[in-house]
Structure formats: structure tokens, C-alpha cells
Design a protein around this ligand. Structure first.
Ligand SMILES: Cc1cc2nc3c(=O)[nH]c(=O)nc-3n(C[C@H](O)[C@H](O)[C@H](O)COP(=O)(O)O)c2cc1C
Length: 169
């Protein structure tokens, strides 16, 4: 793929909060996780762990966020954890988790799926670990709701580059 196409994918990706009733195969989910697994990480520490939920358990998770409808509408969700037993530098490990999530978002968009990165749900991370029987050293960092997007135009807005570059030429 040419560089231009990657930039196009990056720019056209939008958060999707409403999905069709169609299933995503576990084969596709594995490919999405594969994109995450190949993200860069400080010292190649790879501090992430994943959990995929669907059906009843996914819907139980939806109780822990104001964005419950995004989760119930999605076919599956990917939970992304920071493995605190595998930390070399908290800040850099967290940044690496962000890179991992973005890799997945771009890749799944490239195969015509849609997703929403959910962060508000982290307010309930302790209760979520308890509900799922997950040990405390696995710290929830994001829930990615995914599915086939319901088609409508999603507007993207960003600050201009001019505003962002501290030393404009
Ligand atoms: C760290 C983080 C947390 C987010 N949390 C939520 C959330 O809890 N609920 C939600 O609907 N969207 C959430 N989003 C999605 C953002 O609202 C969205 O990325 C932003 O508005 C830009 O829109 P776009 O993704 O369509 O370009 C989150 C995104 C990030 C990166």
C-alpha cells in the first residue's frame, strides 16, 4: 500500500457508535489483535493484554459506562489491559498501549469495520475486573467496541496544523 493510502485511512477513520447486527468472525478479530500486537513499545516491552467479549458478557460490561448503547450495539468488544507485572516505565508503557489501540483502529477501518475507543468506562475498572474475575495487576486501559458500521456521514474535526506547530516556518 502506498503512503498516500495510509494517510487517507487515518483521515477518514471516525468513531463508530452504532453498528449493524452482523457478526464479526473470530478470524477477523484475531487479525485486528495482530495489528495491535505489532505496535511499537518502549524497549519492545509489549505491556498489553487483550480480552474479547461478546453476547451476554459483553452486555453485562455495558452497565459500567454512560456509553452502554455503544457496547450493546457492537457485536464484540476488545478490552485492552496494561499488565502491571510487566512494567518498565509506566508512562512509556501507557503510551505504547495507545499505539497498540490506534494500530487496531486503523487496521479494522481498513477492512471496513468500525469501532469506538471507550475511555469513560475506566472509572469502573475495579468493578469490571471483579465482574470478569481478572487479577488486579491487569489494569483496564480501554474498551474497543467494534462491528459493522451503520452507514451515515460522520464529520471529523481537527485543529489546523498551523495552530499545532510551535515553530511555523
Ligand atoms: C482516550 C480516549 C477515550 C475515549 N472515550 C470515549 C468514550 O468514553 N465514549 C465515546 O463515545 N467516545 C470516546 N472516545 C472517542 C472520541 O470521542 C473520538 O475519538 C473523538 O471525538 C474524535 O472523533 P473521531 O474518532 O470520530 O475522529 C475516546 C477516545 C479516546 C482516544
Amino acid at each position: 500500500m502506498m503512503k498516500k493510502d495510509v494517510l487517507k485511512l487515518i483521515k477518514e477513520r471516525r468513531s463508530v457508535r452504532k453498528f449493524k447486527k452482523k457478526k464479526i468472525t473470530m478470524g477477523s478479530v484475531r487479525k485486528i489483535l495482530e495489528a495491535g500486537r505489532w505496535a511499537p513499545s518502549g524497549l519492545n516491552n509489549q505491556p498489553w493484554k487483550f480480552m474479547v467479549l461478546q453476547k451476554e458478557l459483553k452486555d453485562r460490561l455495558s452497565r459500567y459506562t454512560h456509553y452502554s448503547q455503544v457496547i450493546t450495539s457492537a457485536d464484540k468488544v476488545i478490552l485492552v489491559f496494561l499488565d502491571k507485572k510487566n512494567i518498565y516505565n509506566y508512562e512509556k508503557d501507557l503510551l505504547s498501549i495507545g499505539a497498540c489501540i490506534q494500530n487496531m483502529l486503523i487496521f479494522l477501518h481498513s477492512i471496513n469495520y468500525g469501532a469506538c475507543w471507550l475511555g469513560e468506562i475506566l472509572n469502573q475498572r475495579d468493578k469490571i475486573n471483579k465482574m470478569l474475575g481478572i487479577k488486579r495487576h491487569l489494569q483496564l486501559e480501554a474498551v474497543i467496541a467494534l462491528g459493522e458500521p451503520v452507514a451515515y456521514k460522520r464529520k471529523g474535526e481537527r485543529e489546523s496544523l498551523k495552530k499545532l506547530i510551535l515553530n511555523p516556518p
